[in-house]
Design a protein around this ligand. Structure first.
Ligand SMILES: NC(=O)c1ccc[n+]([C@@H]2O[C@H](COP(=O)([O-])OP(=O)(O)OC[C@H]3O[C@@H](n4cnc5c(N)ncnc54)[C@H](OP(=O)(O)O)[C@@H]3O)[C@@H](O)[C@H]2O)c1
Length: 274
């Protein structure tokens, strides 16, 4: 009998794309979905969810835009219930550290009756190279409302390694892996590491939340995304997540990648210009 594929929600995203590549490399069938795939999956269109969940064994789930937004826990509860009814073995959920909304979503998954693994991540390194901070790196200045608080940035490759391992081995069932990098850095220190790796001057400027919101407004960023980012910087980045955690080591038996290694490899790959 043919193996059922593994569903990957957000299959072209920073972590979904990597999880997909890892499973495919192991010869495992996958169904990566998003708003632009042949089988459409849209978090805002619940009628698209059933077809995506048809005939799959498990799912890797990344929620959009963020589990911190209103309605996220309800959406995860609904999706998990559907997955349970369709006989999925397990959902591996990408979650965020220290976000009350994310913790409510985790609780909804755990209560749903479908098997679960939670990968609870700190801020991604790749926000600087594949996310909303890349423009600042390329322009030579990153301006954010983040001061002396340190964050143990985690590498999306580590997240994907943990998620793929969880999907391939049921020993990871019922586990919460709190995944971070090995060291915590301020945003200024992270930017300095990138400047060092690229050999170009890149400045970090601390600005007020109001100035941050005004700048994004001017750049045409949607208001709900501005509110979300401001909440992440002002509420979640208050020191509650400053300690590094050992979820990568627990799940994989090896240490997490460092921010310096990420910065060096990304600079060498040309993402931040020659
Ligand atoms: N970035 C961080 O530092 C951080 C830290 C902790 C947790 N997280 C969590 O990570 C999750 C995001 O994961 P990621 O960074 O791997 O993904 P990402 O790079 O933000 O992913 C974008 C993916 O989501 C799809 N997508 C966008 N809107 C969608 C929608 N309405 N319905 C269905 N698919 C949609 C995109 O494809 P289409 O455009 O084709 O739809 C693409 O496949 C969020 O839940 C966030 O809370 C992020």
């Amino acid at each position: 009998m043919l193996e059922l594929p593994i569903l990957i929600i957000g299959g072209t995203g920073k972590t979904g794309g990597r999880v997909n590549a890892r499973l495919r490399a192991r010869g495992i069938a996958t169904r990566p979905v998003s708003r632009s795939t042949p089988t459409v999956f849209d978090w805002t269109q619940q009628e698209t969810w059933r077809a995506a969940l048809d005939g799959v064994s498990q799912a890797y789930v990344t929620y959009q835009p963020d589990l911190a937004v209103e309605g996220a826990a309800e959406a995860i509860a609904e999706l998990s219930g559907l997955a349970r009814d369709k006989g999925l073995e397990r959902i591996v959920l990408l979650s965020g550290r220290g976000e009350p909304g994310a913790q409510a979503a985790e609780a909804a998954l755990c209560a749903s009756g479908v098997g679960w693994t939670i990968v609870r991540a700190s801020w991604f390194n790749q926000n600087f190279s594949e996310g909303y901070l890349i423009d600042g790196v390329l322009a030579g200045e990153i301006a954010l409302p983040a001061g002396a608080v340190v964050e143990p940035f985690v590498d999306a490759d580590d997240i994907a390694d943990v998620a793929a391992a969880a999907l391939m081995d049921e020993r990871h069932a019922d586990k919460v892996y709190e995944v971070t990098g090995p060291h915590a850095l301020t945003f200024a220190e992270a930017v300095a590491e990138i400047a060092n790796a690229t050999g170009r001057p890149i400045r970090y400027t601390q600005i007020t939340p109001d100035a941050f919101a005004a700048g994004m407004h001017q750049a045409g960023v949607p208001e709900d995304l501005i509110a979300l980012l401001n909440e992440l910087f002002t509420v979640v980045l208050d020191g509650r997540n400053s300690e590094a955690a050992n979820g990568v080591e627990q799940a994989l038996g090896r240490p997490a990648r460092s921010f310096s290694d990420y910065a060096r490899a990304t600079a060498a790959g040309g993402t931040w210009g020659a």
